[in-house]
Write a protein that binds this ligand. Structure first.
Ligand code: NAD
Ligand code: ZN
Ligand code: ZN
Length: 364
C-alpha cells in the first residue's frame, strides 16, 4: 500500500510500504477513505517529537471502512464505516475506566503516527478497536465527522468543558487556528454572551467570525486586555481559553480573566511559562490543563447528526490521498494558503466535493 512516511526531521515521502495485518486479537484493519493533517504532524516533521522514529507512517485522524477484525473484536465487523479517534483506549487500565483515555496505561492514548503507524495511508491497523473507533451515523459524509477525530473533542473537552462555559458568559479565546476555531464552534453550544477571538493573523480572525466569534482582536495592533475589559465593565472574561502554546499567550489568557474565572490551557508548551501567583493568589481563578481524551466523541457525533454542529467549515482544501505530499505543503503554508484543514480523499470516500487529480478545490 501507499503511505506518508516520516524519515527524520524535515524528511517525508509518499512510499510503498507493507500492508498492515492483524497483530493482536483486538486489532481491526481499516481502509482509509478520508484522512487529514494536524499541526502536530508539522511538529513531528520539525523534530519536536523525538519518540516518533524514522519509518513511521504519520496521521492520527481518519474515517474508513473495516476490512478485517481480530478474533477479540466484538463490537465491529467487516464493512462497518468508522471514525478512528486520535486517542486509543485499552479499556482496562485505571485511566480508561475513568474516561481519561489520553492517559491510558495499557498501550493506548495517542499512538497513531506517534508510537505506531498512523492513518495517512491506504490502510491502517487499529489496536483496541472495540474502544477506539466509532460507527459513523447513517447519512453523514466523511467530512462531517472527520474533524471529530481530534480538533473538535480537543477544544470541547480541554477548552470549553474544562473552562466551564455557561450561558451568557464572555469567552475569550487566544489563538484562532483550528483548535481556537473548534473552541468557538463548541463554546457556541452553551450560548455564551460574547465570544472574543484573539490572534495576530487577520485571515484567522476572519475565519473566527465565520465560525461564530462576535468580537475579534488582532493583538499585534490592539490591546486585547483593554478590549475584553471594555466588554465586561472592567471585570474580565468569565472564561479564557489558551489555544496557541507559547509563554506570551498563556500570560495573556491569565490577564484576560475575571476574578473567579476559568483559564483553560489547550496549547502545547515547549518552553517554561511564568505563572504570576503574586498577582493571582487573591483572584480565585481556576487554571486547567489537559490532553484530549475523546470521551466526548459520541456526544459530538450526535450533535453533528442532529444538525446542531457543523464541522465541515474546517475543510478548506481537498486532495486525492495520493497527493498527500502536496497537501502537506499547502497546510504548512497556512498564512499564505488560508488552509484550516486539508482533506485527504481516498477513492471510496462518502460525500464531499471531489477533487481532480493534483488540483486544489477550495470549499468556500
Ligand atoms: N491539549 C491538547 O490535547 C492539544 C491537542 C491538539 C493541539 N493542541 C495544541 O493547541 C495549539 C493550537 O493548535 P492549532 O492547530 O490551532 O495551531 P496553529 O498553529 O494552527 O494556530 C495557532 C494560532 O495562534 C496564533 N498565534 C501565534 N502566536 C500568537 C500570539 N502571540 N498571539 C495571538 N495569537 C497567536 C497563530 O496566528 C495561529 O492562528 C497548539 O499548541 C497545539 O499543539 C493541544
Ligand atoms: Zn492532532
Ligand atoms: Zn487504558
Amino acid at each position: 500500500m501507499k503511505a506518508l512516511v516520516y524519515h527524520g526531521p524535515d524528511q517525508r515521502s509518499w512510499d510503498s510500504v507493507d500492508d498492515p495485518g492483524i497483530i493482536d486479537p483486538g486489532d481491526a484493519i481499516v481502509r482509509i477513505d478520508s484522512s487529514t493533517i494536524c499541526g502536530t504532524d508539522l511538529h513531528i516533521l520539525k523534530g519536536d517529537v523525538p519518540e516518533v522514529t524514522p519509518g513511521t507512517v504519520l496521521g492520527h485522524e481518519a474515517v474508513g471502512v473495516i476490512e478485517e477484525v481480530g478474533r477479540g473484536v466484538s463490537s465491529f465487523t467487516k464493512g462497518d464505516r468508522v471514525l478512528i479517534s486520535c486517542v486509543s483506549s485499552c479499556g482496562r487500565c485505571r485511566f480508561c475506566k475513568e474516561g481519561r483515555y489520553g492517559q491510558c496505561l495499557g498501550g493506548g492514548g495517542w499512538i497513531f503516527g506517534h508510537l505506531i503507524d498512523g492513518l495517512q495511508a491506504e490502510y491502517a491497523r487499529v489496536p483496541f478497536a472495540d474502544n477506539s473507533v466509532y460507527k459513523v451515523p447513517e447519512g453523514l459524509s466523511d467530512e462531517q465527522v472527520l474533524f471529530l477525530a481530534d480538533i473538535l473533542p480537543t477544544s470541547y473537552e480541554v477548552g470549553v468543558l474544562n473552562g466551564v462555559v455557561h450561558p451568557g458568559d464572555v469567552v475569550a479565546i487566544v489563538g484562532a487556528g483550528p483548535i481556537g476555531l473548534a473552541a468557538i464552534l463548541t463554546a457556541k453550544l452553551f450560548t455564551p454572551g460574547h465570544i472574543v477571538a484573539i490572534d495576530l493573523d487577520d485571515g484567522r480572525l476572519e475565519a473566527a467570525r465565520r465560525f461564530g466569534a462576535d468580537v475579534t482582536v488582532n493583538n499585534g495592533t490592539k490591546d486585547a486586555v483593554a478590549a475584553v475589559m471594555e466588554l465586561t465593565e472592567g471585570l474580565g472574561a468569565d472564561v479564557s481559553i489558551e489555544a496557541v502554546g507559547v509563554p506570551d499567550t498563556f500570560e495573556l489568557a491569565v490577564d484576560l480573566v475575571r476574578p473567579g474565572g476559568h483559564i483553560a490551557n489547550v496549547g502545547v508548551h515547549g518552553k517554561a511559562v511564568t505563572l504570576h501567583l503574586e498577582k493571582l493568589w487573591i483572584r480565585d481563578v481556576t487554571i486547567t490543563t489537559g490532553l484530549v481524551d475523546t470521551f466526548s466523541t459520541p456526544q459530538l457525533l450526535k450533535l453533528v447528526a442532529s444538525g446542531r454542529l457543523d464541522p465541515t467549515l474546517f475543510a478548506t482544501h481537498r486532495f486525492p490521498l495520493g497527493d498527500t505530499m502536496d497537501a502537506y505543503d499547502v497546510f504548512a503554508d497556512a498564512a499564505r494558503t488560508g488552509a484550516l484543514k486539508v482533506v485527504l480523499e481516498g477513492a471510496e470516500r462518502i460525500g464531499g466535493v471531489s477533487a481532480t487529480a493534483g488540483a486544489v478545490a477550495a470549499a468556500h
